[in-house]
Design a protein around this ligand. Structure first.
Ligand SMILES: NC(=O)c1ccc[n+]([C@@H]2O[C@H](COP(=O)([O-])OP(=O)(O)OC[C@H]3O[C@@H](n4cnc5c(N)ncnc54)[C@H](OP(=O)(O)O)[C@@H]3O)[C@@H](O)[C@H]2O)c1
Length: 283
């Protein structure tokens, strides 16, 4: 299983460098079959791809999002492939809505084994001097508090069963393993992202003795539908070339890392932030 080589020179632009590249098929993790997962941000992008990848392993998934047509397109697609999926419309900044999702999943799918708190997105950066209190609170609420609320809604049942794998998500530029590398004037997103790595480590420490693992994924720029639609081809090429592996991540690259961390293959890993960044952690 190898990625196709891009042929890009290490130090210069390569106009023919692929923007993305073929991503190897996911390995099968036999322990995942029969489990139950909740994936927030499941209506598109990385969350949708992770939902599809989990379902292909025999996991029953609940996808959470706000956009009904997009969410149910993913749910229906999984059903057509023979997988089990339900969709739950909820805003992850709303703790009451999240509690209702938790109750519904328990009723319809059973106890949750895997929780992927992936909902989010990046708003425009705002330089510190122009950052209003309202904007600061908005970014921290959607980018950090929402992950706490999501985990809190599902945690009691995991603790009760002494079992669970929780995945969080932060941009590689905010991740601790490569060192915090501010990408520009983007204080609120940077703080929210760095906070997620601390949340992950702190929860892993507290919950390890209760049988629960908590790990974080830290992708660099992922070529989701949204990114592909909003970034020019030239910008995608430039971004690809800034990665030692000379391509942008595909959603399947992140899903692959999520499968691994959710599975027993990562049974002794907790509290880590895994860069899914094509080597772009070094500067
Ligand atoms: N793409 C990248 O380059 C990249 C890189 C590093 C990290 N990430 C992180 O990866 C995660 C997914 O990103 P993506 O690129 O796949 O995003 P995307 O394509 O824009 O999709 C965002 C997903 O999050 C959901 N969402 C956002 N806010 C929500 C809310 N308040 N309540 C419920 N659902 C909400 C959206 O659902 P609805 O549209 O249905 O509301 C959608 O499913 C985000 O946390 C993002 O920060 C992305």
């Amino acid at each position: 299983m190898t990625h196709s080589p891009s042929g890009a020179a290490p130090d210069g632009p390569a106009p023919s460098a692929p923007l993305g590249g073929p991503v190897p098929a996911h390995p099968v993790y036999p322990d995942l079959a029969g489990k139950v997962a909740v994936v927030t941000g499941g209506s598109r992008g990385i969350g949708a791809e992770t939902g599809r990848a989990l379902a292909a392993q025999g996991v029953a998934v609940c996808l959470v999002g706000r956009d009904r047509p997009a969410l149910f397109e993913v749910v229906d697609g999984i059903g057509k492939e023979g997988g089990t999926a339900i969709g739950a419309l909820a805003d992850v900044t709303d703790s009451a809505a999240l509690r209702r999702v938790a109750e519904r999943v328990a009723e319809e799918l059973g106890p949750v084994d895997i929780l992927a708190a992936f909902a989010g997105g990046r708003g425009s950066p705002v330089p510190a001097l122009e950052l209003t209190e309202e904007r600061w609170r908005q970014v921290l609420d959607a980018g950090l508090t929402a992950t706490f609320l999501t985990i809190r809604a599902f945690l009691p049942a995991m603790v009760e069963r002494f079992s669970g794998s929780v995945l969080t998500m932060t941009p590689a530029s905010s991740a601790s393993s490569g060192g915090h590398r501010p990408g520009g004037p983007d204080l609120a997103h940077g703080v929210a992202g760095a906070g997620l790595t601390v949340l992950t480590r702190q929860l892993a420490t507290e919950l390890g003795p209760q049988g629960i693992r908590v790990n974080c994924l830290a992708p660099s720029t992922v070529r989701t539908e949204r990114v592909a639609a909003t970034m020019s081809k030239e910008a995608q090429h430039r971004t690809a070339l800034r990665h030692p592996l000379r391509r942008m991540a595909e959603p399947a690259d992140v899903a692959s890392a999520a499968l691994f961390l959710a599975s027993d293959a990562a049974g002794y890993l907790t509290g880590i932030t895994l860069d899914v960044a094509g080597g772009r952690i070094t500067g």
